[in-house]
Ligand binder design. Structure first.
Ligand code: XMP
Length: 515
C-alpha cells in the first residue's frame, strides 16, 4: 500500500484542495469521512503516516457538529488540524472555543514566534495567509504551545511538541496562502516522515500490475470519446493488457472538425490499440430530424448512444470487463453537511450512465486520481498535448451548440466556424488558458452584404469562459484584435454566415452550453 496521509473531511469546500496539495508534494493522500473509526485508520498502518483534520462550516459546540472518533488522538500519528481542525483540538484536548467577535475572512499576516517549529522550517518569520473562520480558540488545549500569531488571533498556529499535533487557524491549502504548500510539505515530509514516492511515473507500474491482477486473461471494453479521461484510461489499459483491450469509438455525427480522424490517428495508428469505429452519424441525424426542443434533443442522443454502444459491445465479443474513466472526486463520499458547497459540486451530467443490464465487471484505473494527475499520467504515457489538455466537450456534442433543428448543413457551417475559433485561440496562446472556447450557431438569419451581394444568412456566437469546475464560469475578455481576426476569417471563409457576435454571459445566470 502507498505511504499516505489521511485527511478526515469535516465538510470543508477545500478538502479536495488539501488532498491535491499533498499529492503535489509527491505524497499520496486519501480523504475519509470525519467519523471514520480510529481502528479503521489504525488498520492502514504502517502506510498511514499522518492525519489532517480539514476545515468545515460547523461550530464544534453545535449539537449537530461533525466530531471525530476521540481515539484518533491516541493513534500515535502526527496530526495537522486546519481551521475547524484546530477547534477540534480545543474541544477534545482541554482547550476552549468561542465565537469570534467578528468573522475573520480574507488575507492576514502570520507572525511566526517559534522559528524552531518544524512546520515553518525554511520559511520567513512573516507570512501572508488566508483566513475563513468565525469561531476561535480562546484557551490553548493541554500541553500545546503557541508558535505563531496573527492580527486577529493569539493562537494562529499551535503545537503539541511531544505528540506532533499542529493546529493552523488559516488555510495553508489555498492559493491565497502563497507559501502554504511549503507548510504542508514540512508536515508530510519532515514531521510525518513521508518520502517523495507518489509520481505518475511510478503510478503507471503500480496501475499496470493492478489491472493485470484484476483482469487476468479476460478482455476489456472501453468507450473512447477522445476526452482526457477515457483517452488516458485507454493508454494505460493498453500498456497493461495490450490486445485484450478493445476501444469503441462512436462517431455520432456531432463531433468537431477532424475529431474522429484524430482519435483514429492517435489510438489506432500510433498506439495500435484495437479500435472499433462505429460510424453512426446518419442514425443520429435521422433521429434528430425536425427536433428543436433542447431536452428532447439531449434525450434522443443519450438513448441512441446507449443503443449503439450496447450493440457495439456485443459485436466486440467476449469481454467480461468494461473500463470507465471514473476519477477520485466521483468516488469520495461527500460529507452531507449544510453549508458545504463541495457536497453539491458533483457532475450533473452523464448521471445514470449505462444500463444495469449490461453485465460487465468494472475496471476503473483512474479511480484514485485527480484530474490534474490524470493529465500528468497522460503525458507520461505519451499522449499528445491536444488530448491531455483538451477542453471539456459535452456528450451531445455540437447538437447543443447548433440551436434549434440539427441538420447536416448547419453542422457543416458550425464545424468550419468552430475550427477557425479554435485555430486562432491556439495561435494566440489563449486556448489552453481558457476552460472552454467554442462557436455556437444561432437560429437567427439577418441581412448582410458580402462582395456586392445582399445576403440573408446565419449568425454565429463566440463563447469563451473561464472556470474551475464548470459549475460556475466567467466570460473571458478576449483581446479585440483576436476577435477581429476570428470574425473576419469566419465571415470570409465560411459560407452561410454573415454575422458574428460575442456571448458576454457568465454562469450563472447563463449556462456554458447554449442548450
Ligand atoms: P453547462 O452548459 O451546464 O455545462 O453550464 C457545464 C459543463 O458541462 C459540460 N456539459 C456536458 N458534459 N455531457 C457532458 O459530458 C453533457 O451532456 C454536457 N452538457 C454540458 C459543458 O461543456 C461544461 O463544461
Amino acid at each position: 500500500m502507498n505511504e499516505q496521509i489521511i485527511i478526515l473531511d469535516f465538510g470543508s469546500q477545500y478538502t479536495q484542495v488539501i488532498a491535491r496539495r499533498i499529492r503535489e508534494c509527491n505524497v499520496y493522500s486519501t480523504i475519509l469521512r470525519y467519523d471514520t473509526p480510529a481502528r479503521a485508520i489504525a488498520a492502514l498502518a504502517p502506510a498511514a503516516k499522518g492525519l489532517i483534520l480539514s476545515g468545515g462550516p460547523s461550530s464544534v459546540y453545535d449539537a449537530a457538529a461533525p466530531l471525530p472518533d476521540k481515539n484518533i488522538f491516541k493513534l500515535g500519528l502526527p496530526i495537522l488540524g486546519i481551521c475547524y481542525g484546530v477547534q477540534l483540538f480545543g474541544q477534545f484536548l482541554g482547550g476552549k472555543v468561542e465565537k469570534g467577535l467578528k468573522r475573520e475572512y480574507g488575507k492576514g499576516t502570520l507572525t511566526v514566534n517559534d522559528p524552531q517549529c518544524a512546520l515553518f522550517r525554511h520559511l520567513p518569520r512573516q507570512l501572508q495567509v488566508w483566513n475563513s473562520h468565525g469561531d476561535k480558540l480562546t484557551r490553548l488545549p493541554r500541553d500545546f504551545v503557541v508558535v505563531a500569531t496573527s492580527e486577529n488571533s493569539d493562537y494562529a498556529a499551535i503545537e503539541h511538541p511531544k505528540k506532533k499535533f499542529f493546529g493552523l487557524q488559516f488555510h495553508p491549502e489555498v492559493a491565497h496562502t502563497p507559501r502554504g504548500k511549503e507548510v504542508l510539505s514540512n508536515f508530510v515530509h519532515d514531521i510525518c516522515g513521508c518520502g517523495k514516492n507518489w509520481t505518475m511515473r511510478r503510478y503507471i507500474d503500480q496501475a499496470v500490475e493492478q489491472i493485470r491482477a484484476q483482469v487476468g486473461n479476460e478482455h476489456v471494453i472501453l468507450g473512447l470519446s477522445g476526452g482526457v479521461d477515457s483517452s488516458v484510461a485507454a493508454a494505460l489499459l493498453h500498456k497493461a493488457i495490450g490486445s485484450h483491450l478493445t476501444c469503441i469509438f462512436v462517431n455520432n455525427g456531432l463531433l468537431r472538425a477532424r475529431e474522429a480522424e484524430m482519435v483514429q490517428e492517435v489510438f489506432g495508428r500510433h498506439f495500435k490499440i484495437k479500435l472499433q469505429y462505429e460510424d453512426v452519424a446518419n442514425l443520429f441525424l435521422k433521429r434528430l430530424k425536425g427536433v428543436t426542443e433542447p431536452e428532447r434533443k439531449r434525450k434522443i442522443i443519450g438513448k441512441t448512444f446507449i443503443e449503439v454502444f450496447q450493440a457495439a459491445t456485443q459485436r466486440a465479443g467476449r469481454a467480461k470487463f468494461l473500463a470507465q474513466g471514473t476519477l477520485y472526486p466521483d468516488v469520495i463520499e461527500s460529507v452531507p453537511i449544510a453549508g458545504n458547497p463541495a457536497a453539491l459540486i458533483k457532475s450533473h451530467h452523464n448521471v445514470g450512465g449505462l444500463p444495469k443490464k449490461m453485465k460487465f465487471r468494472l475496471v476503473e484505473p483512474l479511480r484514485c486520481l485527480f484530474k490534474d494527475e490524470v493529465r500528468l499520467l497522460g503525458l507520461e504515457l505519451g499522449l499528445p498535448k491536444e488530448i491531455v489538455y483538451r477542453q471539456p466537450f459535452p456528450g451531445p456534442g455540437l447538437a447543443v451548440r447548433c440551436l434549434g433543428e440539427v441538420t447536416p448543413e448547419k453542422l457543416q457551417v458550425l464545424r468550419r466556424a468552430d475550427a477557425i475559433v479554435v485555430e486562432e485561440m491556439k495561435a494566440s496562446g489563449l486556448y489552453y488558458k481558457t476552460w472552454q472556447t467554442f462557436a455556437v450557431l444561432l437560429p437567427v438569419r439577418s441581412v448582410g452584404v458580402q462582395g456586392d451581394e445582399r445576403t440573408y444568412d446565419w449568425t454565429l456566437a463566440i463563447r469563451a469562459v473561464e472556470s474551475q469546475d464548470g459549475m460556475t464560469a466567467d466570460w473571458v475578455k478576449l483581446p479585440y484584435d483576436l476577435l477581429e481576426k476570428v470574425s473576419l476569417r469566419i465571415t470570409n471563409e465560411v459560407r452561410g454566415l454573415n454575422r458574428v457576435v460575442l456571448d458576454l454571459t457568465s454562469k450563472p445566470p447563463g449556462t456554458i452550453e447554449w442548450e
